[in-house]
Write a protein that binds this ligand. Sequence first.
Ligand code: PSU
Ligand code: MN
Length: 303
Amino acid sequence: MKNFKIKISDEVENALRDRRPVVALESTIFSHLGLPSPSNFEALTRCTNAIRRLNAVPAITVVLDGVARVGVDESEWPKICGPATKVGERELGLALAQGLEVGATTVSSSLLLAARAGIRVFSTGGIGGVHRGAEVSGDISSDLGAIASHNVVTVCAGAKSFLDLPRTLEYLETLSVPVIGFGCDYFPEFTVHQGEIPIPARVETIKELADVVRANESLGRTGGILTCVPVPENDGLFKLFMDDVTEMAIKDAAAKGVTGSAVTPHILKFIAFATQEASVKANLSLAENNANIAAQLAVELTG
Ligand code: PSU
Ligand code: MN
């Protein structure tokens, strides 16, 4: 009989036991599904450094050789940065049962693993959401349900801009997820700094954000909180330009008959190519920035 226990690294386990700050990270963004090589390796380095700089511990989630992992050794990074199978929350059990070699965890599966390990803060790039045309395709990312159901704070740069952002926000409201702008009162649009869709709440400081987390806990709420941080202004891309590229990317995916979980990687790749990797540079910057904010929050919550 197989042993399906989640494997938490010694470093992460010790930090959690000693109540030191830990930040969970997904692995899809660092795999070839999220970013082209060698930018994915750079992203991993910059995100983990941003967390360590604040004396917090990064906990990368991934499936390796059929084992769900929380926290990996640097010697295992090449496996994460190589070819991988995308594993959302519903695929996680299958990946373990079938001994998947490299399973890149998305936001949804990472949140499950973080919650089980007792990690309170998770950092990513842009979350999945309601796709444009979802009224026909029905494509709504399982990220949203996972954010609602797991007791972890997600730090992100909003939802990927090729999604239907107003419907994504509506859906988060339906799921009763608090959506907080960190220093912004609009829903950030991933690689674009300035958004145009208002979000209901705004905080200015990490202390204020931590108060929101603690207040929700005091109410016995056990779902997640979504913290939205705009991409650093200097690295953001122009909205009109990105709107055009995004439209082309969506059309390309539709013309090629790309559906389901392949849509997001396909569109990310198209946009990277069409922007000559300017989108990649912005993606790296926002991922690092989110990791920094997440680490600050983790520090505050353990203080
Ligand atoms: N944002 C990125 N790169 C990514 C993703 C999001 O900048 O690779 C991934 C995340 O892992 C997210 C997933 O959870 O895409 C959502 O996929 P889908 O829309 O198929 O649920
Ligand atoms: Mn989908």
